[in-house]
Ligand binder design. Sequence first.
Ligand code: DGL
Length: 266
Amino acid sequence: MNKPASIGVFDSGVGGLTVLRALRATLPEARLIYVADSAHAPYGDRSDDFLLERSRQVTRFLIEEGARLIVVACNTATAAAIAALRSEFDLPFVGIEPGIKPALARSDTRRVGVLATPSTLRSAKFRALLHTHASADEPVLQPCPGLADAVERGDLAAPDLRQLIHRYCAPLHAAQCDTVVLGCTHYPLLAQAIQAELGPRVHLIDTAEPVARQAARLWKTEPATPAEPPRLYTNGDLAVLRRMADLCAQQDATVHRWSAAPHGAP
Ligand code: DGL
């Protein structure tokens, strides 16, 4: 427990790097440790029990590595597990959820689309969010099975990935949405392709920055001097993590293998 105080960040895989990028911009002197649980990705069609167990296991590792605050950089895990994590562990958690409220505020036509995992869209937490903010302006909800998984394979220009983007954007295009929520942290890595599919006038909403601001409000620890690059861990493909970290402007981050106990082990 003598490891230096850090912010722990995790996702099912490489998507949460889009949140890590915002955290680093907001808190350049904080130590950041990231876990990509890629061996168990995608989370988007798993049960709540599975997601909670994975989240517990990653949280234990991050605490052992010095985390004093944890950012759940995954909409799916936030919806399924953050309430239980907060009650089971004695440190603060910041989660991420689809930006319904900012999307409705930004939209001129109040035609809003949401791209997210099936698990996020059917969660009680998301339904409550919708109920609070959307009222009669029911957004167009588009589950995107397979999309985060395709990102995890590491080739963002792969034809099957481009076909999925085309398929999932088509209903939002047909509904003339002027604002689209990127409700999974993997999707900002595809922002260019999604924008090209929807057209240049459609606003894309990513909630990484508000999450980083919330983490900054809670982070009271002494800054690391000199600042240290983030440490990134994966139980998946190191080369994919490296490539996606570079895409997220984290060329100086170090990548490491995370050899966790298999799923279900205590
Ligand atoms: N990046 C995650 C999210 O924000 C999960 C993607 C997945 O593994 O299905 O929901």
